[in-house]
Ligand binder design. Structure first.
Ligand code: SAM
Length: 224
């Protein structure tokens, strides 16, 4: 927990909740230790979907389809979602959930490793929701940038790793040390790439919101 636990519970208690079917999937996920977006992240996604005209969404990390269905439910009627997942059991459950929700038309599930699939996509997407293996975000970034147009939004979840991202390297396992180092590198890139404007928020497990800037014309007539 990055912010005070009581404060987080209070903020969550203000939430209006989700549809009964989303609650059902959430319960299944929690009962079976399947990771899903936390309530504060759900709230942030709903806000962004209500605010912007986010009609084409790419999600990296479907799990059993909870966040894809949440985005479908709270996004504009015309919104279409492409979501990527590599775990076969979760793919089967996600397909079942999309069918039960009657949202198969709006959601395209791409099966396989995002590292390969991203290279085959053309985009652009109005929003990309990054919610896969945390150590891989940095490797996905070049393709993510290619799939964004000016004004596109990139939402990256779990970027502060419950605050562990700044843990002393001696206090964490070697595996987590690598993941944390890659996440710090990712956050540095998000904040320093001239194409992006990024804010890192202590929401849930840490969320980074990045918008792709419009190209700026230089006095020589070039764009950068
Ligand atoms: N977005 C989901 C939700 O809130 O309902 C949760 C996604 S869960 C945190 C991350 C998922 O990403 C896992 O199901 C995992 O199998 C998948 N994943 C991790 N690395 C991946 C990769 N390289 N390609 C495709 N899927 C990946």
């Amino acid at each position: 927990m990055i912010i005070d636990e009581r404060l987080a519970s209070y903020i969550d208690s203000l939430d209006r909740g989700n549809t009964p079917f989303l609650d059902e999937i959430l319960k299944y996920a929690l009962d079976h230790q399947i990771p899903v977006v936390r309530r504060s992240m759900q709230s942030l996604l709903k806000f962004l979907l209500a605010y912007g005209r986010l009609e084409s969404i790419l999600e990296i990390g479907t799990a059993i389809g909870f966040s894809a269905l949440l985005m479908c439910e709270y996004g504009p009627e015309s919104c279409r979602i492409t979501t990527i997942e590599k775990d076969e059991k979760r793919i089967a459950l996600a397909r079942e959930n999309f069918k039960k929700a009657g949202q198969e038309e709006k959601i395209t599930l791409l099966e396989g490793d995002a590292a390969d699939i991203l290279k085959t996509l053309k985009g652009p997407y109005s929003m990309i929701f990054m919610d896969a293996a945390k150590g891989q975000y940095i490797h996905f970034l070049p393709d993510i940038l290619r799939l964004m147009k000016p004004g596109s939004l990139l939402v990256s979840d779990n970027v502060l790793q419950d605050g562990d991202v700044i843990q002393s390297r001696f206090a964490v396992t070697r595996r987590n040390r690598t993941i944390h180092a890659r996440m710090r590198e990712y956050l540095y890139e998000l904040k320093h790439l001239p194409e992006l404007e990024t804010v890192v928020l202590p929401v849930g497990d840490g969320a980074a919101l990045s918008v792709r800037r419009s190209p700026v014309a230089t006095p020589e007539g070039n764009e950068h």
